[in-house]
Design a protein around this ligand. Structure first.
Ligand SMILES: [Zn+2]
Length: 327
């Protein structure tokens, strides 16, 4: 596996749609500051029933190149396992996966320019003072915006913007997810690095109402990750395991009522940091996939339990055997 520039990722998205027309569509849902189209892959079976949804975005921070690679890996894996795996077939029937491979497209393209821009983090909007570029999109969401772990200096890497949701990329996610918030079971936002599963909230004064469950599901996901290549992931709120912050998309999603909202910080622990060597892309994706799948499966099963489905079939069989006529 390699990390690849945005044009190739965009071509790859079109190819996935072509290869799986029954399952995948590409949905455009916003524009970046530099007027590039933000799009996602919607993956699931078309059914008559109202479906639940899973959100995943990658590349909200430009330099975290393993994240877009993971979104592509994730899409390839769920489409591959759909062919043979009964559980994935069940999930594709019940939920739609909304996967954005690169959210901060302007920033991502900027990091591909040359060595001096490789470690750019923010988007590319012009700040309030001249020659001052970029807002940290993961400090710009309307979740205790501008309170902790941010800067109001536009040259800072954690500049939170001039207002909550001032940035077009944050607006796109806010609108798309916000208008369907009751459908979403999971909100997974993928970053690097640090090998962490972060749960809401970033502000130390607030605790998620389902904190215990988020911890338990996160710890089980970390265990699933460890089984793949032995890597340790730490689990907790941002203030507990990393640092306090505000305005993250993860916190915003939880405040919208989406129950299972997590930030993934993928490999590594700092040896290579944002410049993860190519031979680690595959194992990093494999282990993170296992963790993400655990969370998604858990969330799915909360709504669609296998036991209920079996009971319905049994009842149906009994009714038929009894010769009941259904109107
Ligand atoms: Zn990040």
């Amino acid at each position: 596996l390699h990390t690849i520039p945005y044009d190739i990722i965009s071509d790859w998205m079109n190819q996935i749609v072509k290869d799986h027309p029954d399952l995948v569509t590409r949905v455009e849902y916003g524009k970046t500051y530099e007027k590039r189209t933000i799009s996602l892959l919607k993956i699931g079976l078309n059914t008559e029933a109202k479906k639940k949804a899973i959100w995943m975005d990658c590349g909200i921070h430009a330099r975290e190149w393993i994240a877009p690679a993971f979104c592509q890996y994730f899409v390839n894996q769920i489409l591959q396992s759909y062919k043979t795996d009964a559980k994935m077939q069940e999930m594709m029937k019940n939920v739609d996966f909304y996967v954005t491979p690169v959210l901060n497209i302007d920033g991502y393209i900027y990091t591909w320019k040359d060595n001096t821009t490789r470690l750019w983090r923010k988007n590319r909007s012009l700040g309030p003072s001249p020659d001052c570029y970029g807002t940290d999109l993961n400090r710009n969401f309307d979740a205790n915006w501008g309170t902790v772990g941010v800067s109001f200096n536009c040259s800072s890497n954690i500049f939170c913007g001039t207002n909550a949701t001032s940035e077009p990329e944050a607006q796109a996610v806010t609108y798309f997810v916000g208008t369907r918030k009751d459908d979403f079971l999971c909100f997974l936002t993928i970053h690097s690095y640090g090998q962490l599963l972060l749960l809401p909230y970033g502000h130390p004064n607030y605790t998620a109402s389902n904190y215990e469950e988020l911890m338990k599901v996160g710890q089980d996901a970390a265990e699933a990750i460890k089984k793949v290549h032995g890597q340790n992931y730490r689990v907790g709120t941002s203030p507990d395991v990393l640092y306090p912050n505000s305005g993250s998309s993860r916190d915003w999603a939880r405040m919208q009522g989406i129950p299972f909202s997590y930030t993934f910080e993928l490999r590594d622990n700092g040896t290579f940091g944002f410049q993860l060597p190519e031979d680690q892309i595959q194992p990093a994706c494999e282990e993170a996939y296992s963790g993400a799948l655990h969370i998604i499966t858990y969330a799915h099963n909360q709504i669609y339990s296998g036991a209920v489905a079996v009971t319905a079939v049994t009842l149906w069989t009994l009714l038929l055997a009894a010769g009941v006529t259904l109107m």
